[in-house]
Write a protein that binds this ligand. Structure first.
Ligand SMILES: CC/C=C\C/C=C\C/C=C\C/C=C\C/C=C\C/C=C/CCC(=O)SCCNC(=O)CCNC(=O)[C@H](O)C(C)(C)COP(=O)(O)OP(=O)(O)OC[C@H]1O[C@@H](n2cnc3c(N)ncnc32)[C@H](O)[C@@H]1OP(=O)(O)O
Ligand code: UBL
Length: 416
């Protein structure tokens, strides 16, 4: 069932988004509740002051914001003990991303199956690695995070992410403190900043995986058509299931993390029965079946020369395309299944926030709705609506039919 992309505001989908935003809202409301000793306002002025003060404090809030604030508090620690500040931020970041993992694993019950060889399996989570993952689905990031959680690297996981994501509340803000590498997808501007950010990770105190979606954008038919025209011009084999990879980001990452990272995890993701998973689907408890095929490739087998490294990546994507063909024919990836068990920690962390914060929110909302002041009730409704629309906007960041224009034209055609 394909979810409508525009949902009426009071649809079931948005109810879930509102509920979840409630869980994110409560800490500031909770603080407002305690600090202001919420009482039933005696008149309009009282109600107005109370609501304005709360609304000012709330802005785009949630337990995620509380964690962002805590991350902000670690700033004075950076010049004194950077490694300690990094370790603290990994744990704070874990508290946010593990909630999305809990959502995927326990709320929607999505199954994540790993195909990989048992020898490589033993090394996952025990070394730094570059992960090359195809970018075809709206919940790539949640599936990626689930595997990070299962191998104990969720809090410290990194990604080469588009700059626009740094403005997404909670997740984007959290990534600043995790030293995520952002790019504008304009190499002339990115070259310097990406190299600098990568070099900054060379002394990272925690084991981490660095994710690269080398296609640079989610797969769409239009982008695929243009991309294959570029492949033809370059004399490269056409790909059926992937966009042609951009090689500069990969080569510069290998170059600057050589010595810090020991392997590349070539990861190919697909979902059973042609499922097209969405974040709204997950929020509504829809169960999906993710299959991930991972090959561990020692970094020292990857050429140092830039053009050879680029050719190596193109060949890797041709192999990935064959794995996807194999999956389409047989419904599985090659090799044995070695499944890491899902972890309870993500669920316990989520339950902790729910138990701590939902009660004060319900109490406050009840007080506001029963305040007897029409103005307060209307403002409360308007505020909840605004937050629900805000969360819906964030969910929209993952929807492919709202994706960017990047890759919708051949850059070389434009430059000529
Ligand atoms: C055991 C379990 C293992 C694994 C578990 C799985 C995962 C766990 C791992 C980690 C954590 C998980 C999750 C992390 C959390 C969240 C994930 C967040 C996702 C957001 C990610 C993004 O935002 S993706 C978008 C940003 N990233 C990228 O773009 C990376 C790829 N891009 C690059 O590397 C680019 O090179 C660049 C961005 C550095 C620069 O791009 P730019 O376009 O400016 O220059 P390029 O050189 O790339 O482009 C010019 C070359 O491309 C050719 N060209 C032109 N037009 C096209 C076209 N339409 N299609 C293809 N190619 C084109 C052109 O010819 C040029 O070619 P050259 O040969 O001259 O290079
Ligand atoms: C219990 C917790 C409550 C959860 C409530 C859900 C709130 C919304 C959560 C997250 C929204 C932000 C997710 C950010 C990660 C999205 C990664 C992504 O897929 O980016 C696309 C990028 O690669 C390429 O973009 P384009 O294809 O070029 O366009």
């Amino acid at each position: 069932m394909h979810y409508m992309h525009f949902n009426p505001i009071f649809s079931r989908d948005n109810f879930h988004a509102l509920y979840l935003s409630a869980e994110w809202l409560c800490p500031i409301i909770f603080l407002a509740y305690i600090s202001q000793g919420i009482h039933a306002p005696y008149d309009e002025t009282d109600a107005l002051l109370l609501l304005t003060a709360q609304r000012k404090k709330k802005v785009e809030t949630g337990n995620g914001i509380i964690i962002n604030l805590l991350q902000l508090c670690t700033l004075p620690l950076w010049p004194i003990n950077k490694q300690l500040a990094r370790k603290i931020n990994c744990r704070l970041g874990y508290s946010i991303s593990s909630q999305l993992v809990a959502l995927l694993e326990w709320w929607s019950g999505t199954e994540c199956t790993l195909y990989t060889d048992p020898e490589s399996y033993k090394l996952y989570g025990k070394e730094n690695a570059i992960v090359v993952l195809n970018h075809n689905f709206e919940i790539d990031f949640m599936t990626g995070w689930t595997f990070c959680e299962r191998f104990g690297v969720l809090g410290s996981s990194k990604v080469l992410a588009k700059k626009e994501l740094s403005f997404v509340p909670v997740i984007g803000w959290m990534w600043y403190f995790l030293e995520i590498v952002f790019c504008k997808r304009k190499w002339e501007e990115d070259r310097k900043t990406v190299v600098q950010s990568l070099r900054n990770l060379q002394d990272y105190p925690e084991k981490f995986w660095f994710l690269l979606h080398c296609e640079g954008t989610r797969f769409t038919e239009k982008k695929h058509k243009i991309s294959m025209e570029v492949a033809e011009k370059k004399g490269l084999p056409k790909l059926k299931y992937h966009l042609l990879p951009r090689t500069k980001g990969f080569c510069v990452t290998v170059q600057n993390l050589r010595g810090t990272v020991t392997a590349v995890y070539d990861s190919t993701l697909n979902f059973r029965n042609n499922e097209m998973p969405t974040l709204l689907g997950v929020l509504n408890g829809k169960k999906y079946h993710a299959d991930l095929y991972v090959r561990r490739i020692p970094l020292d087998t990857i050429p140092e020369d830039e053009s050879e490294c680029a050719a190596w990546l193109h060949k890797l994507y041709q192999e990935k395309d064959e794995f996807q063909e194999h999956y389409r024919q047989t419904g599985r990836f090659p090799g044995p299944i070695t499944n890491p068990p899902r972890q309870l920690w993500a669920l316990l962390n989520w339950l902790f926030w729910v138990c701590l914060l939902v009660y004060p929110l319900c109490m406050l909302l009840l007080q506001l709705l029963l305040s007897g002041s029409t103005f307060t009730v209307v403002c409360t409704f308007v505020f909840c609506l605004a937050v629900s629309v805000g969360i819906r906007w964030m969910i929209g960041q993952t929807e492919i039919d709202k994706s960017s224009n990047y890759g919708n034209k051949d850059m070389q055609m434009n430059n000529n």
